[in-house]
Write a protein that binds this ligand. Sequence first.
Ligand SMILES: Nc1nc2c(ncn2[C@@H]2O[C@H](COP(=O)(O)OP(=O)(O)OP(=O)(O)O)[C@@H](O)[C@H]2O)c(=O)[nH]1
Ligand SMILES: [Mg+2]
Length: 354
Amino acid sequence: MAWLDKIKGRKKNESAENEAAATEKVITEPEAASNEEMTEDISSEAEEKRKRGWLDKIRNSLSKTRRNLTDKIEGLVKRTGDIDDDFWEELEDILIQADVGVKTTLELIKNIRSRVKKEGIKEAREVIALLRAEVEAMLAANETETVPAGKPHVILVVGVNGAGKTTSIAKMANKYKNEKQKVLLAAADTYRAAAIDQLQTWADRAGVELIKHNEGSDPGAVVFDAIAAAKARKNDILIIDTAGRLQNKTNLMKEISKVKKIIERELPENQSEVLLVLDAATGQNAISQARLFQEATGISGIILTKLDGTAKGGIVLAIADELKLPVKYVGVGETMDDLREFSSAVFAEALFGE
Ligand SMILES: Nc1nc2c(ncn2[C@@H]2O[C@H](COP(=O)(O)OP(=O)(O)OP(=O)(O)O)[C@@H](O)[C@H]2O)c(=O)[nH]1
Ligand SMILES: [Mg+2]
């Protein structure tokens, strides 16, 4: 506990100072300054703890991917003498098998090879550090901070059937609520009654309100009503659930783009977000799904779910490299607390760290 030690250390110094001051009756300002420092130490310690918790959670959820990717690279490095063509080929195979994707793998290998050459690296082990740095840089290239502009800030959540939209919405609602934001949900997945009920259950659990119509009603009408309600109730955030869509059904894509147009028409000044939910376990198919949604609605970021159950976590890299989209959140389990904001540094450490 670095901060505790610091406080203890300071207390020791303070008591020595107090003894000295007993005769002189001096000071208060330096103490005031050290109190401020102490508060800073405590809050940076809390931040440190939060980051460590995040790292542990991500590392755990990446355990299958680590076995499939990191452990294999470790094995390769251990049995490699000189870095030769065979080494690069094997590394390539491992990355491709972990769903990093062919294009992204070749890009990574090219960058690492050129650094190995330039920096005169001979030890295969050092390649791991280079890979980690390249992975982090690749992920960081698309990272953006979302600064909600205008109220309500609308988050339209799209994605194919079963990707994890409704669950992720519940998790986001919970997160924003904990941040003291006034959240409203909209059940624009009107395709099945069960979908509306499922969102209602999550809304109740998170303690947020929901706008819903009957099964089979027009999703556009739900969204129109939800925006009006959010304006009237002065909600900070409006999160819209949509039906699971099969990407080859053009009519369903049209419906989603209609919903997007309603948001733009009703809130022309606000910058709404469109978050595409992708199931990490779908591997490379996630890329083709994203392209279709990108055409229909545009996408501002990705929620990558079910990272906890898959060995295909390498898909994160293909998303960053091929789609040039930021991964905003990752889903690491089924409970309300199992959604984490994505950080390239934490992800790279969770994957390649000791
Ligand atoms: N392990 C794990 N399961 C998840 C995660 N996210 C969602 N799920 C599970 O995936 C299943 C489908 O999630 P939903 O949220 O209903 O998916 P959806 O995209 O809304 O599905 P449709 O409404 O049918 O289009 C549920 O059983 C969730 O509990 C995750 O991050 N990890
Ligand atoms: Mg759903």
